[in-house]
Design a protein around this ligand. Structure first.
Ligand SMILES: Nc1ncnc2c1ncn2[C@@H]1O[C@H](COP(=O)(O)OP(=O)(O)O)[C@@H](O)[C@H]1O
Ligand SMILES: [Mg+2]
Length: 263
């Protein structure tokens, strides 16, 4: 369900992101999985009314998936010609749009330096496939997301990190979480939502005590849990959305204890 806006008790998260964007700073959203990084970028894009182009990083990310590729097309005269199809980076630069680079620390370190000129004040790229020099149109902005320490990620290259200003995006809780569940899930049973929010608060305490990992229950998992709770008993919903995803039996047991306490 792609609805609802990014919300947070700590208004500085959104306000500062918007201010950084107005200053044309590159923004690095840092936080655990399902903490609302993509939602924050989408809400920013809607607020400033500038479309967003997304790149999803993985070890397979290469220059083509960032910049585009050459292909053969037939023109109006019926002749075949080689054309370059712009990828997300060049599209965003030409149109003065937002470029969102998701999971930037999943990319191989040798892939991203191609963006160095795009990320510094020059906002300039020499397309290695065509030789064309592209200057970004006004409005062009870069937002990247990173989940440090997550499986498969690498520490972010310092020269790259140096080009960003960091905004920490943590899991929301309390009444704000209750609002997000109401807006983004099918659940409207307020007393059950209240229990889920309290259950989540206990899980956060267990995270601080080191009993469970931080992302054992992300906001995404809580929304899934709330959806499932409309069609099955809440305990089974928790089993399917949180407990069965964990590999560590002690973590599973800790969460089962929190279930006993709250439901
Ligand atoms: N602070 C928040 N405000 C609104 N929605 C949120 C918030 N945090 C998480 N969500 C919701 O939780 C889910 C996961 O968020 P997402 O932005 O995809 O996380 P991330 O990109 O950090 O992995 C989405 O459905 C999103 O709408
Ligand atoms: Mg995301």
């Amino acid at each position: 369900m792609a609805q609802g806006q990014y919300i947070n008790n700590d208004a500085t998260v959104f306000e500062d992101a918007q201010a950084l964007m107005a200053l044309n700073k590159n923004i690095l959203l840092k936080g655990p999985t399902g903490s609302g990084k993509t939602k924050l970028a989408e809400t920013l894009s809607e607020t400033v009314d500038i479309p967003m182009h997304q790149v999803n990083c993985s070890v397979d990310l290469d220059a083509e998936s960032l910049l585009g590729f050459k292909t053969i097309q037939t023109n109006d005269k019926g002749e075949q010609e080689i054309v370059f199809i712009d990828g997300p980076v060049i599209q965003a630069m030409r149109q003065g749009h937002i470029l969102y680079i998701d999971e930037i620390n999943m990319a191989k370190p040798e892939t991203l330096p191609i963006l160095n000129g795009v990320l510094d004040y020059r906002r300039k790229l020499t397309n290695p496939f065509t030789g064309e020099v592209i200057h970004a149109a006004p409005g062009f902005n870069v937002i990247a997301a990173i989940n440090e320490g997550y499986i498969g990620t690498l520490p972010m290259n310092e020269a790259l990190k140096n080009r960003f200003v960091v905004i920490q995006v943590d899991y929301i809780d309390g009444s704000i979480l209750s609002d997000v569940i109401r807006q983004q899930s099918r659940l409207d049973d307020m007393s059950l939502i209240k229990q889920i929010v309290q259950f989540n608060s206990d899980l956060r305490t267990m995270t601080k005590q080191g009993q469970i990992s931080e992302d054992a229950a992300s906001i995404r998992a809580l929304i899934d849990l709330s959806d499932l709770a409309t069609v099955m008993p809440v305990r089974r919903a928790i089993q399917r959305t949180i407990i069965d995803k964990l590999e560590d039996e002690r973590e599973q047991q800790a969460i089962e204890n929190a279930v006993e306490l709250n439901f």
